[in-house]
Design a protein around this ligand. Sequence first.
Ligand code: SF4
Length: 608
Amino acid sequence: MIKSGYFKKHLRVDLTAGTAERVDLPDAFLERYIGGRGFGAKLVWDNLRHRDFKIDPLGPENLMVVAPGPLTGAYLPSSGKNSFVAIAPATGLYGDSSIGGSFGVELRQAGIDALSITGRAPVLSILFIDNGPAAIVPMPELAGKGCLETEGIIEERLGTHSIKTAAIGVAGENLVRFACINADWSRNAGRTGMGAVMGSKNLKAIVVRGHHDLPVHDIEGLVEEARRATAYMRDHPYFKIWHREGLMAVMDYANDVGILPTRNFRDSVFPGIEKINSQTMLDHYKIGDAACFGCPMSCGNICLVKDGRYAGVVTEGPEYESCAMLGSNLGVDNFAAVLAANQLCDDLGVDTISTGNLIGAVIEGYEEGILTLSDLDGLEITWGNEGAVLEMIRKIAHREGIGDVLAGGSRAVIGIWPEMDNIILQVKGLEQSAYDSRAALSMALAYATSDIGAHHTRAWTVARELEEGQAWSIEEKVDTVIYHQKLRPLFDMLGVCRLPWIELGLNERHYENFYRYVTGNGLSLEQLLGLSNDIYDLTRIINTRLGVSREDDSLPYKVHSRPVLTGPNAGRVIDREEFQRALSLYYRKRGWDENGIPPAGLEDKFGD
Ligand code: SF4
């Protein structure tokens, strides 16, 4: 039974009607869907059903849910997460992306557990939630402003710095299908195009100010559990590495084990690694740490370019994904250039993973003769040509020339040049994250079955498979993918970061205890995992209702057909038959049919 932990308020905004009303959230809803991604999946599902499953991701009818979780901001480690959920412009399917920092904390402090936004404002506007009540404020003067500048202009206009802002850049306004949402300077809800959903609604920013104390059932119990978890993290032998280097520590690891995307995943070992690894960052660029709310790991790296062509560039990051996709994947071995590209992506508001992936595909497509110089507007883009990379990022956000095609994502590119299907790495229309899966069947299966497309956070199993080696059976690989897919929604539902669990092995039981102390609801970890797994079933149901079936759970051409060139995984591809066997086993274990369709009765679990 829910005793505390929520304000029980859902703010429903209709930008077409110009209305914002607060409605009560019933206890049964809170208990069943917990928060964050759980609230989002359920509300998006309800909206789809009421619209007979006909939704244009960029139409006013696409409902976007913004939801922290009951643990967001509750003074426990790494509790600053917030989810954005909608039908995704990148895929046309279920989509979500989470953001750290403290935007979600402020939303909670404003007394809001879930915000849903539909419709389209008549002019470019912001939504200002001021400690509960909300107003839609026209601000057409923000048109064309970068994410970073937008925050400052809004603070000036509202006359306060005591606000948190989630904003889109030029890319979101221009409906780039992989536009992101930026908050807290450099934190991004990067994947699946949530920034384009905001842009389609003429919504430049969501601005929040909140003063409420968060409701907690057992504050002494929570503080004690938070102390235990924090002590465990601080005593962990890897803690100092994550604190010092953040996810940049993965660069050397990925290169050493041969999974680092290099020149559009042609290879998985980068000769220039020492120029873009964490040691280079520490020696020449890092000037400070950055953390999400309540996080002792503080994995963010604030970096400054002190001299040379990019002097003055300052940004939080890059983390591993951005450095790999804008660095080694494009043949760029200059860390200052990677920082400049990262900052440009953040300010224009494009996802670094999709951007690096698509530009890599363009370079290879040009090299292979699929694309001509004329197709590229005369921009001679080759491996390591950092100036051309920066120009291509700008063209994408502004939808200029070739940038206009790339702004439509993988499918748009393949629609014009079908041969690019063999070059681009994508699943269900979402460009692949920065882990080469040819070395690990489980990672390939994770990408193929991910509900949002080829994204690593649904199930990051590659390191485990490389450790286990040949001793790991197909069944163990399938089971591990399913366990990750079952557990990981729970982090997004609760509103906490997954990294303490992944990187430091923080025990799942802490989250059971945190949830109980905050809400007073005595669900066991196993019951919480059951609810979390239900969300994975629900998003599969949403996708199958939108047309997904087995043939969509497939891998990019290269993963099956282009062997890794050098390094420890030279010659490796994923065998097609073995992959299909693993996929069938995966469906059986999930209780879906041979075509990947969940049983018809399962939908009843998610009725009113
Ligand atoms: Fe944020 Fe990094 Fe901490 Fe996670 S580990 S909460 S991403 S600072």
